[in-house]
Design a binder for this molecule. Structure first.
Ligand SMILES: *Cc1c(COP(=O)(O)O)cnc(C)c1O
Length: 343
């Protein structure tokens, strides 16, 4: 099936469409008014995700952006600040929501190539208790970040440092299931050092809509009020939650296939002249294209129905593997790319 006229859509794992099985689960979902607390399917999803991640409670929300914003707002009040990476989604890619809607000041710090923020930088950015400064309240990390898995000992050290200074810890785990599957560890283990964790159901897991924020009972009770305020209270949302439950049952272990496909794609592209490829940890492959061929190569891919993101300039492409591009699609894409580059 084609999307947006693309035969091979590697732009993002968000382009996945609900399968027949998922649609059947959605159609037969038991529902009620979730703002009244009446939707049994939403409740099941929230409990299931909380259980998988090892937290007390969950909150089903329309998007990862809203989930992160609610997470930040549960930890930070007006005039507080959160420490976050320059490349982090919840700083850079969410339209400044924390500042605009939360009155929360971001304190962005450089991400190293592996996605980490230097511990010394974090420590130096934590403000003393002084009326000149915003109150530093939270460390927000992201895993995976740009498809890279944060080193487990780094996460331990960074969160321990945050706690030593009385900061809470939030994980933007939009693709945390990818990290858990790639490492072969339970997601609860990766999530353990964090007070709140946000996961997306609508990326590699293949659901059409939805994220879940998890944390303690008390935190999620506060989060529920912010969700209502932000317009995220949904009514018969069990239709959507059913897709999430289906995704958790059928689409988690298979993320390993996406990772294998990404490796095949990376190895194949790396053999071609003019391309430099970063070996992927999970399902995202970054490719640097020599400037002299970049526009023509991008045009060749587009002509043959291959979609990639080159939002970082035509010389830097992002290829993402997912449910709707199988091993055959990867082989086809590699032949098409090599036709151009081996001429
Ligand atoms: C996609 C993404 C989000 C936001 O999810 P949306 O549902 O698109 O709002 C947050 N964080 C990361 C790391 C993401 O990749």
């Amino acid at each position: 099936m084609e999307t947006a006229g693309l035969k091979y859509d590697f732009r993002s794992d968000t382009v996945t469409r609900p399968s027949a099985g998922m649609r059947a689960a959605m159609a037969s979902a038991e529902v009620g008014d979730d703002v009244f607390g009446d939707d049994p399917t939403v409740k099941r999803l929230e409990a299931r995700v909380a259980d998988i991640i090892g937290k007390e409670a969950g909150l089903f929300v329309p998007s990862g952006t809203q989930s992160n914003l609610i997470g930040l707002m549960t930890h930070c009040e007006r005039g507080d600040e959160y420490i976050v990476g320059q490349q982090a989604h919840c700083y850079r890619w969410e339209a400044g929501g924390a500042a605009v809607l939360g009155s929360i000041q971001p304190q962005p710090l450089e991400n190293a190539a592996d996605g980490t923020i230097a511990l010394a930088d974090i420590e130096a950015a934590i403000k003393p208790d002084d009326p000149h400064f915003a109150r530093t309240r939270l460390l927000a990390l992201e895993n995976t970040i740009g498809g890279k898995i944060l080193p487990t000992d780094y996460v331990q050290a960074a969160t321990a440092l945050a706690r030593k200074h009385g900061l809470a810890c939030h994980l933007d785990g939009a693709r945390a299931f990818n990290a858990a599957v790639a490492l072969g560890v339970p997601l609860a283990q990766l999530a353990q050092p964090f007070d709140t964790v946000s996961v997306c159901l609508s990326k590699g897991l293949g659901a059409p809509v939805g994220s879940v924020l998890v944390g303690s009972q008390a935190t999620i009770a506060r989060a529920r009020r912010w969700r209502k305020m932000l317009g995220g209270g949904m009514r018969q949302a069990g239709i959507l939650a059913a897709a999430g439950l289906y995704a958790l049952e059928h689409n988690v272990d298979r993320l390993a296939e996406d990772h294998a496909n990404a490796r095949t794609l990376a190895e194949g592209l790396a053999k071609l002249p003019g391309l430099t490829v970063t070996a992927p940890d999970t399902n995202i492959v970054f490719v640097n294209v020599e400037a002299s061929i970049a526009p023509a190569f991008a045009a060749h891919l587009a002509q043959h129905g291959i979609g990639v993101v080159s939002a970082y300039g035509a010389t830097r492409q992002r290829w993402v593997t997912h449910l709707d591009v199988d091993a055959k699609a990867v082989d086809d894409a590699l032949s098409i790319a090599s036709q151009f580059l081996q001429r």
